[in-house]
Design a binder for this molecule. Sequence first.
Ligand code: PLP
Length: 395
Amino acid sequence: MIDVARVRADTPGCLDVVHLNNAGASLPPRVVVDTVIEHLELEARVGGYAAADAVSARATAVYDSVAALLSASRDEIALVENATRAWDMVFYALASSFNPGDRILTSRAEYASNAIAFIQVARRSGAVIDVIPDDEHGQLSVDALRAMLDERVRLIAISWIPTQGGLVNPAAAVGAVACDAGIPYLLDACQAAGQLPIDVDALGCDFLSATGRKYLRGPRGTGLLYVRRSRIAALEPPFLDVHAAQWVSRTSIEIRDDARRFESWEHSVANRLGLGAAVDYALALGIADIAARVTDLASSLRTMLTAIPRLALRDLGVERCGIVSFTVDGIDPYALAARLRAQHINISVSTIDFARFDFEARGLDAVARASVHYYNTHDELARFVDAVSDARGAA
Ligand SMILES: Cc1ncc(COP(=O)(O)O)c(C=O)c1O
């Protein structure tokens, strides 16, 4: 069980805002903020390189923390700037061998940056993007996926939890299909990391990307990538630097043999340490306990919102996470978010620009998104629901 009073005392932002934009960026715990600031201060005092040397053991330990989070090994982890860059590194490496007619299978819920990369690669290579239909619950249909497989499928790349709602796609069932068929499986776990337990073997994924600032509560500008050990050697990063490879003669290079071949030499050491502190904090609380509380709060919130007339919940799927999406007749979600911001309540708006396959299929342009974390309270949810109710009354 999460000690809510303690985690709130650890979270300075809880004093200022009702923060229901954890799918955007969570409020970090004090230990994350202190870790980042302490390192920046050290850099200012002794210089960036000496500061990095002084914390090199702690910086290396971040790989162990992330590996523990994913049930992976440290040589399968790369630390990068954000989830998109982590995902891109794998996608563009795989895509370099795509030929006309090769197929990429993806989810209807897919995030815009992933779809943009698919389209760019399809334009260049002649590969085809096929969106796996949803089932009657609005989650990816595993039967449809199975029926779509043929020898031209080169990649299955799906989002586990999308940006725009409470859906939890059946990522492990997709992994079982991908494993059986021997097709590379790239899982976008951006919204899942820090919210749900992750075991890359149970998921059956070859590659997994995530970000630091969302449910993990790490600093902005941090991301992580998992690459299954058996896939590393064959996967050449789309670009290399002096950290990813060694310049061994005038005309030859040797690429690192671990997942760090996907990293850059230059990075924010402060942010990396902050990410490590965030992951350690989450692991100490227990991801299963985090998941239980987040799911419970989100389901209470859905129940509370249904009492508001002309409000429609928009979450899909059988299993639902901490992201609660809704629309209210006659109220523009941006106007609602702005009105709530003025009352120190943070929510967000998801639009068609971030998930076009899904929004088009549902005939929606935008939804309001309230995403809870374990440090939120039922009182905060009640305050938020009252504020939405008032906004409806005023409309
Ligand atoms: C499902 C999903 N994938 C990928 C991303 C991109 O993450 P980042 O901004 O860290 O690149 C997001 C961000 O909202 C997301 O929700």
